[in-house]
Design a protein around this ligand. Structure first.
Ligand code: 3PG
Ligand code: MG
Length: 402
C-alpha cells in the first residue's frame, strides 16, 4: 500500500465541502526571555502550504491539532497553543479560533457554525489519553472531521492517539500533508540507495543517543565524519587523551563497540581541536590530537575541518546531524559554520540533508539554510526514520489501524 498525500484527486473529492481534521507539529521553541514569543516559527511556516491546500480543495472547515511541550496530561496554560493561534491567524490572514480544550463541549457547536472556518484545538497533551494512545480519545477527535490529514512529521515517531490510533477511524480517508511528503522523499534519498559517495557528518554530545543511527549509517555511508563532543569517546577508545572534555565511560564503551565493527575504517575522527581551560573560556588552537589534562575540547581544529572538507568536496549525498562544537559561542563556531559553508558550496552538486535540532539551529544562524537541499523539521523523528526507514505515525497512515 502506498502512502497517499493530499495532492491526490481522491483527497480533493473527499475534502470538498467537508470538515478536514489535520494533525501538525506546532511544538515550536519559545523565546527564553518572553514566554509568549515564538523563537523559531519554522514548523508553523512549513505547515502553511498544507493548510492552504486543504482550503483550496474546498474544505468547509479545517480543524487543526497539535501537542505543545510536555504538560504531562494536565491543563497548564504555560503550554497553551495561544501564541501559535495568533501567529497562524497572521500568517494565513484569517481568523483562527482556539478551543478551550481538545474535548470541550463547545467544539461541536463551533463546528456547526458558518463562521470560524479554521479551528485550532487546544494542546492535545493536556489530556493523558493523548500520549497513552487511547482509543476513545482518538475516536472523539475523529468525530471533528470527515477526512484526516497527517502532517506532523516532527511527532511521527510518537505512537500517540492523534498520530497513531486516530487512523482507525479514517479508513481510506487519511492523507499525508505536503511537509510529510517532502520529509519522506528527502529522507528516502538518504536511506534508499543514496547517490555515492555518501558522507555523513555526526556531532553533538552523547554517543548513547546516537548509537543506533551511527550503526545504521555505517552500513550505507562511504565516510562517517565524527566531530563535536561525540568525537571524544571515540578518541579515548582509540587510546588518545581527551583531558577534561565531555566523555562518559558509558560512551567510551559504546565507541569501543562501534570501533570493533568491520566498517570501522569508514570513521574519520578529528586530528586537532580548539580547547580551553574553562568551559567557554579563552580558546587555544591545540594543533594535536591528544588533549592535555585540564583542557576541554570545544570545537574541531582547522586541520580537521580541512580534512572533513576534502571528504565532503566529492560527496553526492551528505547527511549532517549535530554541531562540531560549542557553536553558540563565536570563538568555538568555526568548525560548525565551516561545515555549513562547505555544504552550501555543494548546492547543485550533491543532495544535502540537515536533521536534528542543534545542527538545524546552526544552519539557520549561519544564514545558509536556503542552500541546503532539505532541512528536516524533525529532530528525534528524522533520526528514527534513518534508523528504521519509517515511523509509527507513517506506518499507521499507510496501512491503517484495525
Ligand atoms: C519534538 O519537538 O521533538 C516533537 O514535537 C515531539 O515532541 P516530544 O519529544 O515532546 O514527544
Ligand atoms: Mg523531542
Amino acid at each position: 500500500m502506498a502512502l497517499k498525500f493530499i495532492t491526490e484527486e481522491s483527497f480533493k473529492t473527499q475534502a470538498k465541502d467537508k470538515k478536514v481534521l489535520a494533525r501538525f507539529d506546532f511544538n515550536v521553541p519559545m523565546d527564553k526571555n518572553n514566554p509568549t514569543k515564538i523563537a523559531d516559527t519554522t514548523r508553523i511556516d512549513e505547515a502553511i502550504p498544507t493548510i492552504k491546500a486543504i482550503l483550496e480543495a474546498g474544505a468547509k472547515k479545517v480543524i487543526l491539532m497539535s501537542h505543545f511541550g510536555r504538560p504531562k496530561g494536565k491543563i497548564d496554560m504555560a503550554y497553551s497553543l495561544e501564541p501559535v493561534a495568533t501567529y497562524l491567524a497572521e500568517a494565513l490572514g484569517m481568523e483562527v479560533t482556539l478551543t478551550e480544550t481538545a474535548l470541550d463541549r463547545g467544539i461541536k457547536t463551533l463546528l456547526g457554525l458558518n463562521e470560524s472556518k479554521i479551528v485550532l484545538l487546544q494542546n492535545l497533551r493536556f489530556h493523558p489519553e493523548e500520549e497513552a494512545n487511547d482509543r476513545d480519545f482518538a475516536r472523539t477527535l475523529s468525530t471533528y472531521g470527515d477526512v484526516f490529514v497527517f502532517d506532523a512529521f516532527g511527532a511521527a515517531h510518537r505512537k500517540h492517539a492523534s498520530t497513531y490510533e486516530i487512523n482507525a477511524f479514517f479508513k481510506n480517508k487519511a492523507y499525508g500533508g505536503l511537509l510529510l511528503q517532502r520529509e519522506v522523499e528527502s529522507l528516502d534519498r538518504v536511506t534508499n540507495n543514496p547517490a555515492k559517495p555518501f558522507v555523513a557528518v555526526v556531532g553533538g554530545s552523547k554517543v548513547s543517543d546516537k548509537i543506533k543511527i551511527i550503526e545504521a549509517l555505517l552500513t550505507s555511508v562511504d565516510k562517517l565524519l565524527i566531530g563535536g563532543a561525540m568525537a571524544y569517546p571515540f578518541l579515548k577508545a582509540k587510546g588518545h587523551t581527551v583531558g577534561n572534555s565531555l566523555c562518559s565511560d558509558e560512551d567510551v564503551s559504546l565507541a569501543k563497540r562501534i570501533l570493533g565493527m568491520p566498517s570501522k575504517n569508514k570513521i574519520v575522527l578529528p586530528s586537532d581541536h580548539i580547547v580551553s581551560l574553562t568551559f567557554g573560556g579563552a580558546p587555544i588552537d591545540l594543533g594535536q590530537t591528544n588533549i592535555e589534562e585540564g583542557q576541554i575540547g570545544l570545537d574541531i581544529g582547522p586541520s580537521t575541518l580541512a580534512n572533513f572538507n576534502d571528504y565532503l568536496a566529492t560527496a553526492k549525498t551528505v547527511l549532517w546531524n549535530g554541531p562540531m562544537g560549542l557553536f553558540e559561542n563565536p570563538v568555538y563556531s568555526k568548525g560548525t559554520f565551516g561545515i555549513a559553508k562547505t555544504l552550501a558550496s555543494l548546492q547543485g552538486k550533491a543532495f544535502t540533508l540537515v536533521g536534528g535540532g542543534d545542527s538545524v539551529a546552526a544552519v539557520n544562524q549561519s544564514g545558509l539554510a536556503s542552500k541546503m537541499s532539505h532541512i528536516s523539521t524533525g529532530g528525534g523523528a528524522s533520526l528514527e526514520y534513518i534508523e528504521n526507514g519509517t515511523l509509527p505515525g507513517i506506518q499507521a497512515l499507510k496501512f491503517g489501524i484495525d
